[in-house]
Design a protein around this ligand. Structure first.
Ligand SMILES: NC(=O)c1ccc[n+]([C@@H]2O[C@H](COP(=O)([O-])OP(=O)(O)OC[C@H]3O[C@@H](n4cnc5c(N)ncnc54)[C@H](OP(=O)(O)O)[C@@H]3O)[C@@H](O)[C@H]2O)c1
Length: 223
């Protein structure tokens, strides 16, 4: 059975990804900081107390996951703050650092912590955002979010190069504008629809297509 591990799956898109992979017949493992009733209701393997800004916590999680390789590692955890240029006070700069730590360094920590579980044929999906695209930035603002997602795109590209000799493919994935807690319920699609598209992208991922930036709807995005 295909084993899929989702980092940060207690709510939102991560929870929907867990449900979608369960529907597709995978053995699903979810890490989270704190479990929720919705996650428990899925009946998947859960590792609680996992904080992506803490390498030790991720290494403990790697030890706690049931024995076996990970065929699909999805790093979903992320945060959004909304800094504006005319209001860059110390609080805003602290939020920019926080977003870097969670959104950019967190996925690198997570893939590094679980690398021993990745085998030839394993696939890694990193939830990024088109807000990290330089080419797509027509409105400014959102300094920490845009910078951290651009940085995780750079990390994902390096991971694609570094993991290719091990037979592991990596995709940078934008889920669309999704109605979750992060967007205050605004968006074009529900988490379930985004999760189905993201899962299709990972089904199609190969070493040939590794290191590219995809929208959940299947279109390729510019860096
Ligand atoms: N929604 C959109 O329109 C949209 C668009 C583009 C990209 N994305 C990306 O998609 C991913 C999921 O977003 P979402 O909309 O589902 O957001 P969400 O509803 O706010 O959920 C965020 C998830 O990340 C987890 N998380 C946050 N900080 C964490 C940390 N330090 N350690 C471990 N887990 C942490 C949260 O866990 P807790 O419950 O413990 O906080 C939660 O499970 C994010 O990477 C986001 O940037 C979303």
């Amino acid at each position: 059975m295909t084993r899929t591990l989702i980092i940060g799956g207690n709510r939102g898109i991560g929870l929907a990804l867990a449900a979608e992979h369960l529907r597709r017949g995978h053995h699903v493992i979810v890490t989270c900081r704190q479990r929720t009733a919705e996650l428990d209701a899925l009946g998947v393997e859960v590792v609680e107390g996992v904080e992506v800004t803490d390498s030790n916590s991720l290494q403990r999680a790697e030890q706690s996951v049931s024995p076996g390789n990970i065929d699909r590692l999805i790093v979903n955890a992320g945060v959004l703050e909304t800094e504006r240029f005319d209001a860059l006070d110390e609080h805003a700069f602290a939020n920019i650092e926080k977003q870097f730590n969670v959104n950019a360094i967190g996925p690198l920590r997570a893939v590094h912590a679980f690398q021993a579980r990745l085998q030839p044929g394993s696939r890694v999906g990193i939830l990024t955002s088109r807000m990290g695209s330089m080419a797509d930035n027509g409105s400014g603002g959102y300094y920490g979010y845009r910078m951290s997602k651009a940085a995780v795109n750079a990390a994902g590209k390096s991971l694609a190069n570094d993991l290719r000799p091990r037979g592991v493919a990596v995709a940078l994935l934008h889920p669309g504008f999704v109605r979750t807690g992060m967007t205050g319920g605004q968006g074009d699609v529900d988490p379930a629809q985004a999760a189905a598209g993201l899962s299709d992208r990972l089904d199609a991922l190969s070493l040939e297509s590794s290191g590219r930036f995809w929208h959940a709807n299947g279109s390729e995005l510019p860096w």
